[in-house]
Design a protein around this ligand. Sequence first.
Ligand code: HEM
Length: 501
Amino acid sequence: MFACFAVVLAILLLVYRRLSRRGGAPQPSFIPEKIPFVSHALGIARHGAVYYKSISDRTRLPIFGLRLLTQTIYVVTDANLISKIQRHPTISFDPFVLLAAERLCGASPAMLQTMRNEMKDGKKTRSSLMNESHILTHSAFRSQTNLSEMVGKILDIVSGELEHTSAGDLFQWVRHTVCLASTDAVYGPQNPFRVDTGLEDAFWNYDADLSLLLLNFLPSLTARKGHFAKKALRQAFTNYFRNGGSEKASGFVRACNEANRKRGISEEDQAGFEVVHCIGLLVNTPPTLFWMIYHIFSDPDLLEKLRIELIACLQPDNIEDSTAKILDIEKVVSDSPLFQSTFKEVLRAHASSLSTRIVLEDTSIGSDILLKKNAVVHMPSACLHSDPAYFGPGTESFDASRFLPGNLLKEGMAAKSQAAFRPFGGGSTLCPGRHFATMQILSITALVVLGFDVVPERGEWVCPRVLESTMTTTVLPPKEDVRVRFERRRDPRVGSLRFKV
Ligand code: HEM
């Protein structure tokens, strides 16, 4: 037994040495492991993208390689290099879309075959479903009419929820409220999350198992909760489409449904795509909103300055009620520099987007970097966001005024920091929901800041640790409860609040 173990270990060490030697120039430097084949895998499983940041902080390399058992990963931490990689024709995200269709949507074999047929040299073709969905999603979430309609509904629902919210864990409250409000706004009156109230738990079980579902190693055993949750979500959305739920839904769902029906895509496959849309819709907005509320209410000085700034945006509602005030969301977005800066700082400090790509063939970047075929490329935003060269001194602490006009300009870094600011990723996969998420988060935060005091139950705010292990969430959620009370404010400067979206 021992001899067998020793032989296997010796073979593994030999393979590891050969691989490490192959890793010399011109490929990027490979980071050695304390325990070959184990340390990196364990580091990624435990700390997610934070593991990349710890290597980047230690080595200061613009790009480095990690060898897992059968997979090479290149991690890029330099904004210039990222921009070259994003534009390179032989480095693509498209193979992951196919993988996600199979493993996260549960697409039928026929659907997968169609998607494969519509790809050329590992990339989507112009007339493919993949390309059509991409264009459609971006245009639906850019349309001001769609955005106003959806954000208006969201504010109505959140205001209603706040009427009977008094105390509880802040993140649970934010997550539940955003989940119901966003899905109502997007899916309309037959929202599957309202039809079956257990679907929300199913979605969070699915979300928690996303990395394991992507690995696809006996998912019914290794990702049991996520695997069955995916089935429940698919079934709920299949019923939704069969019962004509999309007819009264948002412009986005109606447009997707029409395009899919024209291509003869089954209701089951449409349902699978919708399950993945829910990841975009639901996963990153709640933690961002949580950190907005946490940072604002844990800093009384910032809270007061923001109240003054937001009150200056209010207009009297002379027509309906002389005590009522209107908050014009467009005005909040354009005329509240500190509020904007706070939001950007939350994203800088807490977003950890990965921007994944795959190398389709051996690819040279400039004259000195060779990326090997089939390697995965990750471009983690956290490495850039913590670099003082891009965002000025003190990047390890939260500074709500960092993005105020003039502050980064003063340091002569405005253009550099713009290129390095990547909470929504970049290039061909730049988040299509970024305008929607921004309007949603700013308006809900404004509603809470103007109408409530959020008070920690234990008397003082204690910053929770974050859940590092997730590789599929960009804005890392808190790992610990932060219990709070919502206390309504009676501020004559605010009166009763209405929104103009
Ligand atoms: C604060 C909230 C959000 C953050 C931080 C965020 C961040 C991101 C990031 C980092 C990516 C990947 C970009 C890349 O790989 O380069 C992404 C992609 C995506 N996001 Fe968001 N997102 C947010 C909200 C939303 C919302 C509300 C929606 C939908 C309404 C949405 C829909 C999507 C979709 C569909 C993609 C895939 C894009 C593609 O593959 O081309 N996101 N998001």
